[in-house]
Design a protein around this ligand. Structure first.
Ligand SMILES: Cc1ncc(COP(=O)(O)O)c(C=O)c1O
Length: 389
């Protein structure tokens, strides 16, 4: 007999809450208590919980075919790829099951493009401090935070980290073996740090001059979270590769790696693959989610909500002595506080039945569903005002 508390390995610091139901912006615990969920399942339930269009699409697919290997054409996959490419700067998509897998595919694609298309022996990908790209060996090696790497030595070779938003440091970007850079435009897990436009402009210019691929990790920032479909659209450049997961499936596991045609052609038959990647159920969820987000006016409405929420939030934070800074973009918001962010998150849950997150020890992370209402926003502003002032 074991004296373990749970048969599940303890890799997560879990909140003392068991959620059993979700609808729209709300979740309920196993005692029937209702919470306003401003974590959106960590930027995943962008359309709220169980959006009806996605639920219907998945139910319909459940009645047709659950699994089909990638040895056959999967119509939902083709349609979702058509939609993703017709609404972005990219030409082709590789489907996987998670954010880490989408980034893993991007890393492989960048190396293979250098080695098989350009025929140059390049492999190095430059990433940035405080970044987060996932938990597989390659993606934790790409991540610029030691805490995710401890105990997993040796790291996968071929990554180098530069300081984020540091223009001077970009003079060290290019080495003969460098083939790509990989970054989040707003670092999510690393503390909600938006990239400065001037730094991005310089980065883009160096990458173009030296023929380095730009991989943008939009796993947290994508699918409308920052007010546009992709965050790169607000920075005035086109990446070569973008990765998506989280919000793409409204909670159904799916990852996608989007690339320009000349890069995508490095993934020839047999170059990469997955049993479940792009399976009929996940792509049914992705297709229904994507259709909602690109509906005319959907993102215009989201932008109006974003403007309203930021206006109220900045007023509250201006009066709150415990607040050091409010930063982020759209509905990816970080409130840096003087004390421990976790204390505020715990109080929000216990006193106000409001679910929030942290991003590092000092930052409260607020991730409203894009479908949140004016009344819910007012309620959250009221709670934050009580918590912070
Ligand atoms: C920017 C970013 N990249 C990658 C990942 C990894 O995604 P997943 O947990 O689906 O593997 C995350 C997850 O938080 C993320 O925020």
């Amino acid at each position: 007999m074991s004296d373990l508390i749970s048969s599940v390995m303890p890799t997560y610091a879990r909140f003392p809450l068991t959620l059993t139901k979700g609808e729209g912006s709300y979740v309920w615990d196993d005692q029937g208590k209702k919470y306003l969920d401003y974590t959106a399942g960590i930027a995943t339930c962008n359309l709220g919980h169980r959006p009806i269009e996605v639920e219907t699409a998945v139910k319909n697919q459940l009645n047709q075919l659950w699994h089909c290997s990638n040895l056959y054409t999967i119509p939902n996959q083709e349609q979702l790829a058509d939609l993703l490419t017709s609404h972005s700067a990219f030409d082709q998509v590789y489907f996987s099951n998670s954010g880490a897998e989408a980034n893993e595919a991007a890393i492989k694609l960048a190396r293979r493009y250098a080695q098989k298309v350009k025929n140059i022996d390049q492999y190095e990908i430059v990433t940035f401090k405080q970044s987060f790209h996932g938990r597989t060996l390659a993606t934790l090696s790409a991540t610029g935070q030691e805490k995710v790497q401890v105990g997993f030595a040796p790291k996968m070779p071929g990554f180098r980290y530069l300081p984020f938003n540091d223009i001077t440091a970009l003079s060290h970007l290019v080495k003969p073996e460098t083939c790509a850079v990989m970054l989040e435009l707003i670092q999510g897990e690393g503390g909600v740090n938006p990239a400065d436009q001037a730094w991005i402009d310089q980065l883009v210019s160096i990458c173009r001059e030296h023929d380095l691929l730009m991989i943008i990790d939009e796993i947290q920032t994508g699918m409308g979270r920052t007010g546009t479909l992709f965050a790169y659209q607000q920075y005035g450049f086109e990446p070569d590769i973008v990765t998506l997961a989280k919000g793409l499936g409204s909670g159904f596991p799916i990852g996608a790696t989007l690339a320009k045609a000349h890069v995508a052609k490095a993934f020839t038959v047999g170059a990469h693959g997955s049993t479940f990647g792009g399976n009929p159920l996940a792509t049914a969820a992705g297709l229904a989610t994507f259709k909602e987000i690109v509906e005319p006016h959907f993102l215009t409405r989201v932008q109006k909500k974003i403007d309203y929420f930021w206006q109220q939030l900045e007023q509250v934070c201006a009066q709150a002595k415990v607040v050091e800074e409010v930063r982020g973009k759209g509905f990816l918001i970080g409130i840096e506080v003087k004390g421990q962010a976790l204390d505020y998150v715990n109080q929000a849950r216990e006193k106000h039945q409001l679910l929030l997150l942290v991003a590092g020890p000092k930052v409260i992370r607020v991730l409203p569903p894009l479908t949140t209402s004016r009344a819910e926003m007012d309620q959250v502003i009221n709670h934050l005002s009580q918590l912070l002032t």
